[in-house]
Ligand binder design. Sequence first.
Ligand SMILES: [Zn+2]
Length: 234
Amino acid sequence: MQPKLKKLLALQDADRVIMAMEAELEALEPEISLLDGSVQRAEDALVAVRGALEDATTRRQDLETRMETYKVMQERRRQKLEWVRGAKEASALMAEIDLARTVLAKEEADWIRSADEVQEREARVEQGAADVTAEVESQVDRRAEIAKIQEECQSRLAEASEVRKKAAAKVERNLLQVYARIQKGRAPFAMYELHADACGHCFTSVPMHLRQQIGSGEALPTCEACGVLIYQAE
Ligand SMILES: [Zn+2]
């Protein structure tokens, strides 16, 4: 085999490893997205119940403030009743006090409902927080496995990149440019073996004169159909 062909193949071997590692890393992405999504959904649910709790707490606080005001006003009416002289005025005040008592009773009933609601929502927040923790914990083992795979891939990727750099430095410049251009094309790799009398990538038959060049190793022709470099395996 021609030395320049050997050097190119060394480059392609490094690229093969790089592509495999990149593909392996990429293949993990959907699963990582699923895991992230599950945590995100639990967190979103928690945010929603926290918001609902905040609303209920505000409602309860508003009711308490209003009830305080009613109680103060009612107390004033009672005090006023003590020094009111006229019977007509007193009975009007009594009627007012009765009405206010009814209103206050209704407000108190509302407050009890509101307080129940706060409690119920507090429980939901607690459950929501537990759900987030449970989801995160359920993923710990798989996340660790994924991290390990990623680490291994990254380390092999770094290694292959070093190998590639050295291999590329040995290939002559214009051949490297040809290789890079073909690599950017549709075929996964730039170089394919001659299979019987056809291109190893697209399986279009290679004309006799090119096969002779390939066989003698004197040239590194490209496939007329798909453009990859064709070589003869030893
Ligand atoms: Zn081809």
